[in-house]
Design a protein around this ligand. Structure first.
Ligand code: NAD
Length: 248
C-alpha cells in the first residue's frame, strides 16, 4: 500500500483534542476474516442476510435463522481482532474522553480490549428470551441444540437488531450525545448507508467536529469528510495512530 499522506494541520488538532469518537462498520472486521453483508460473499444457502435477519424469518423458521447465526458465530469465534481493532483500543486508553460506536455485532472490539463501546446493533454473543425478555451472554460454539431454548423453556434469539426493528433507545441517545460533543470523529469501514448510524458523522460534523474517514472506497460520507483516507483499515489506522502518538 502506498504511504498515506497525512496533512500537517492534523497534528495540531490531534494535540488539542480530548473528546474523540470512533464509528465503525463491517469493514473494520473484514481483515479479521469477517464477510461484510454487501460483498459477494454475502450469500448463505441461497439466502441473503436481509431474508434471515428479520423477526418474520425467526417466527417462520427459528431453526433456519439459528443455523445461520451458528455458522456466523463459528466464523467469528475463529477470527482475531486485527490492527485496526488494536489501534482503536490504544485510542481509548489515550484520549481523555473516548467513545467507540459500532454497528458490528461480532464483539471483536470488546475482545480487542475496548470498554467504552456502544453497540448500536447489539451483539451476537448475547441472547434474549422471547418470553421473559431476559438478556444474557451465550457463547456456546457450536450450538448443541438448534434452536436453543431458555431455562424457562421458551426460545431464545440473538440480542441483535434485525431489519425492521428499532435500535435500543439508550444506546442511540448515548451515540448521538457523543457525536454532538466530540471534537474529532473517525468513521472507519462503514458504507454510510444504514440509518440511523449513517447520520452520526453528519451530526458530529454539524456540531463542529473534524471528520476523518477510513475506507477502501469513497462513500456518501466522503463528500463531507474533512479527510478521507482510502485503504485497508488495518493498515491506515496504525499509520494514523503513529502520527497521533508522535505529534502529541
Ligand atoms: P457494509 O457492509 O454496508 O459496508 C462495509 C464498508 O466497509 C464498505 O464501505 C467497504 O468499502 C468498507 N470496507 C471493506 N473492507 C474494508 C477494509 N479492509 N478497510 C476499510 N474499509 C473496508 O457495512 P456497514 O456500513 O457496517 O453496514 C452493514 C450492517 O451489517 C450493519 O448494520 C452491521 O450491523 C451489519 N454487519 C455486521 C458485521 C459484523 O459484525 N462484523 C458484518 C456484516 C454486517
Amino acid at each position: 500500500m502506498p504511504e498515506i499522506d497525512i496533512p500537517e494541520e492534523l497534528s495540531k488538532i490531534f494535540s488539542k483534542s480530548t473528546r474523540v469518537v470512533v464509528l465503525t462498520g463491517a469493514g473494520v472486521s473484514a481483515e479479521s476474516g469477517m464477510p461484510t453483508f454487501r460483498g459477494e460473499d454475502g450469500w448463505w444457502r441461497n439466502y441473503r442476510a436481509e431474508e434471515l435477519a428479520t423477526p418474520q424469518a425467526f417466527a417462520r423458521d427459528p431453526k433456519l435463522v439459528w443455523e445461520w447465526y451458528d455458522m456466523r458465530r463459528k466464523i467469528i469465534h475463529d477470527c482475531k481482532p486485527n490492527p485496526a481493532h488494536e489501534t482503536i483500543t490504544k485510542m481509548e486508553k489515550y484520549f481523555d474522553n473516548f467513545q467507540l460506536i459500532t454497528q458490528n455485532v461480532d464483539g471483536l472490539h470488546r475482545r480487542a480490549g475496548n470498554e467504552s463501546v456502544i453497540e448500536l446493533h447489539g451483539n451476537l454473543w448475547r441472547v434474549r428470551c422471547v418470553e421473559e425478555g431476559k438478556i444474557f451472554d451465550f457463547e456456546e460454539v457450536p450450538l448443541k441444540e438448534i434452536p436453543p431454548v431458555c431455562s424457562c423453556g421458551a426460545l431464545i434469539r440473538p440480542d441483535v437488531v434485525w431489519f425492521g426493528e428499532m435500535l435500543p433507545r439508550d444506546q442511540l441517545d448515548a451515540a448521538f450525545e457523543a457525536a454532538q460533543t466530540c471534537e474529532v470523529i473517525f468513521v472507519v469501514g462503514t458504507s454510510g448507508i444504514v440509518q440511523p448510524a449513517a447520520s452520526i458523522p453528519i451530526m458530529a460534523k454539524q456540531s463542529g467536529a473534524l471528520l476523518i474517514e477510513v475506507n477502501l472506497e469513497p462513500t456518501p460520507i466522503s463528500t463531507f469528510a474533512d479527510h478521507s483516507f482510502l485503504g485497508k483499515a488495518g493498515e491506515v489506522m496504525p499509520k494514523l495512530w503513529k502520527f497521533i502518538k508522535v505529534r502529541i
